[in-house]
Design a protein around this ligand. Structure first.
Ligand code: HEC
Length: 506
């Protein structure tokens, strides 16, 4: 080192010391990277936790980048994703990384949890670490679910629809929960805004806070020493034994991370490969309540729930989606309390092994069924309810065809006839006295307000049948509504172009 450089080194040391006196970096280092862990805990089986953290970090980075292009509005979301897919350099890769990062996060998290369960790491004194982990699992599933809605394609739409239908079945508070979830009575722009707020602000905030707590607990209570069959956890002696282990064969934390680095490297390669070779998911068909799609599928982490819902016998939904989840949650959270001491190693815990096998078998089989099953979501709501006689008697064949369309195109899900039907739109029992034919044609084809446009889903003839039925909906011996003069333009729009478009679209 030349004489000239010395003052510079001295200045650098001074700056470092100034920083150190204010930030206490040495203390933080000693309490984290430098803190001693049992040598036995540097195991391949103990790498899933850091892998989950890697996934979460990928999600944060790709998520922030995605948010630069994504538009959280019902009208724009779908287009902004197509824009990312096809017009932004590597935009598709960004979407794919976020999608596969999400799937991998759920899987790696399950593996982490399984390992913690089988190695008895949740027992005394790590109860809170386990509980914060369980909450993190639920938050992760929630963020994965809200993320799938961001695509706002038909899968997302039906996913939310099914979620809302399930919530709606909960006694007493079901209705309120649905409007809380959807931001109103229907899936629309408010729904997307709500899910967006959850997906990018509320849930990530909660997850960050809980991850901090989780890691803090890992540091405070130490990493689980690798269990040996026959060695029992005892609340009175454990702490002393653990300290003994640390004193005898403790290593600094950062010496034990080589396996984590390798495992995380492999995981990164897996995620990037999936992103490159399989690509992003969708967006699929644009969301449209008027289109009944036959192959809606939720993302992988929810396939098993979807399958369970499809296979469940009618009437068991309350048990399946309300009672069972509550019991399962209580069992999961309560685990470190009813199994607080005793044997840690899985070789001496046959019931634990059985629980894991059955869980994986159950979820695996249901997911497979969900992936291959022929089910499609059936949004029957009111479409199954018979139409009252007064609304179909003494009608012409064309009007009757319209009545059938009214039923089959799920108009009844939003519109009541004689008080029977959905309440999202106005009751149409006497619509014939309020609107005339051109107005009705326009309403059906263009929708408006909170009603979907049916222009692309009805042929010109079907529109005519539907509208003639709507005109016939009025008290006996009354004449159809006559709306006097209206600009020429409306007339043209209402009967001409959109209907023709619908025809050519077929
Ligand atoms: C997703 C729910 C929904 C569906 C499905 C739906 N509508 Fe509507 N409809 C509405 C809403 C909401 C309005 C009120 C529109 C507004 O706010 O301007 C409406 C308005 C109407 C009106 C005007 C009523 C008035 O009194 O102003 C007619 C007619 C109508 N719908 C017919 C139909 C027909 C026919 C179908 C089936 C092809 C249908 N709707 C399907 C929600 C729906």
């Amino acid at each position: 080192m030349s004489a000239k450089e010395k003052p510079i080194t001295g200045t650098l040391v001074n700056i470092a010391m100034w920083m150190e006196r204010r930030l206490h970096i040495v203390k933080i280092w000693n309490a984290t990277a430098g803190h001693p862990i049992p040598k036995t805990s540097a195991s391949w089986f103990y790498t899933f936790g850091s892998m989950t953290l890697l996934c979460f970090s990928i999600q944060i980075i790709t998520g922030i980048l995605l948010s630069l292009a994504y538009v959280p509005s019902a009208a724009e979301a779908y287009r902004s994703l197509e824009f990312l897919n096809f017009h932004v350099e590597l935009g598709w890769l960004l979407r794919a990384m976020h999608y596969w990062g999400s799937n991998c996060m759920v899987i790696v998290m399950f593996l982490h949890m399984t390992q913690v369960f089988l190695w008895g790491a949740y027992k005394y004194p790590r109860e809170l670490t386990w509980i914060s982990g369980v909450v993190l699992l639920f938050l992760t599933l929630a963020i994965a679910f809200t993320g799938q809605v961001m695509r706002f394609d038909s899968d997302a739409f039906w996913g939310v629809g099914i979620g809302a239908a399930v919530l709606g079945r909960i006694p007493f508070i079901g209705g309120q929960l649905v409007s809380l979830l959807l931001g109103g009575a229907i899936i629309g722009s408010d729904t997307l805004s709500r899910f967006f707020a959850f997906h990018v602000f509320i849930l990530p905030g909660c997850i960050l806070a809980l991850v901090s707590l989780h890691l803090r607990l890992v540091l405070l209570k130490g990493i689980n020493d690798y269990p040996k069959p026959g060695i029992q956890v005892n609340r009175r002696t454990y702490d002393a034994t653990y300290e003994e282990i640390i004193r005898k064969e403790g290593i600094p934390f950062f010496h034990g991370i080589d396996k984590d680095l390798v495992a995380n490297g492999i995981l990164l390669v897996v995620i990037v490969s999936l992103a490159i070779f399989v690509g992003p998911n969708g967006p699929g068909i644009p969301a449209d309540p008027a289109v009944r799609i036959s192959d809606a599928r939720p993302d992988y982490p929810f396939l098993w729930i979807f399958a369970a819902a499809a296979l469940a016998p009618h009437g068991s939904e309350l048990l399946l989606f309300f009672v069972l989840p509550i019991i399962a949650t209580l069992l999961l959270i309560g685990l470190p309390f009813y199994s607080n001491q005793g044997e840690k190693h899985f070789a001496r815990r046959p019931i634990a092994i059985l629980v894991v096998l059955l869980t994986y078998l159950g979820i695996g089989m249901l997911s497979y069924a969900g992936l291959t099953g022929p089910w499609s979501p059936q949004m029957e709501a009111w479409s199954g309810a018979p139409t009252k006689r007064e609304f179909i008697q003494a009608r012409t064949p064309l009007e009757l065809q319209g009545a059938l369309l009214f039923q089959n195109k799920q108009c009844r899900n939003c519109h009541a006839l004689g008080g029977v039907g959905g309440r999202r739109g106005p009751d149409l029992s006497d619509i014939g006295t309020r609107m005339d034919e051109p107005l009705l044609v326009r309403q059906v084809i263009q929708g408006g307000g909170n009603m979907p446009a049916y222009g692309n889903n009805l042929s010109e003839q079907e529109v005519r049948a539907l509208v003639s039925y709507l005109v016939s909906l009025r008290p006996p011996h009354t004449i159809p509504a006559q709306i006097p003069s209206r600009p020429e333009k409306t007339e043209r729009v209402s009967t001409g172009e959109p209907a023709k478009q619908a025809q050519s679209g077929r």
